[in-house]
Write a protein that binds this ligand. Structure first.
Ligand SMILES: [Zn+2]
Ligand SMILES: [Zn+2]
Length: 149
């Protein structure tokens, strides 16, 4: 989705974000399965301020036991986009008549997607020796290791 630069004024407006990036990977483990985001924008002088807020949901893997889980997370990211003439020292620039929003939406999702997720705070993880899921199975390996997890 994109904005016409000429439509961005100094008063803040907001749009609902289109259903972009669904079923795409945010990280090697986490797939985006839904979001309910809005993007607000205004111009301060030549600088365009973007704010992407809302909630998103991913399907990912528990960091301990690797079982698939679905988690939602809050998105709240701001970007300041500068005209191309200032490009030397800034992260985000625009040029031409339109501002493409997709990259900002994607970056907001990637930056806020949780990277360390447990299926449960008490997840027992997997046995480091035989690999069974200790939440559902017990094994006969060295229990000294298992008890520390
Ligand atoms: Zn787990
Ligand atoms: Zn084991």
């Amino acid at each position: 989705m994109r904005l016409f630069i000429s439509e961005i004024s100094d008063s803040r407006r907001a749009l609902d974000v289109e259903p972009l990036f669904l079923q795409e990977e945010l990280t090697p483990e986490a797939t985006l399965i839904g979001h309910n985001l809005s993007i607000s924008f205004y111009k301060a002088g030549d600088v365009i301020a973007l704010s992407i807020t809302g909630e998103a949901e991913t399907r990912t893997l528990c960091n301990r036991c690797a079982e698939p889980i679905e988690v939602s997370f809050d998105v709240d990211e701001k970007f300041y986009v500068f005209p191309k003439s200032d490009a030397e020292s800034v992260d985000y620039i625009y040029s031409g008549d339109t501002l493409l929003l997709d990259d900002f939406i994607h970056e907001a999702l990637v930056m806020t997607a949780p990277s360390y997720i447990l299926c449960d705070d008490d997840c027992k993880g997997r046995c480091p020796q035989c690999g069974v899921d200790l939440n559902t199975t017990t094994c006969q390996c060295n229990n000294d290791m298992n008890n520390k997890i």
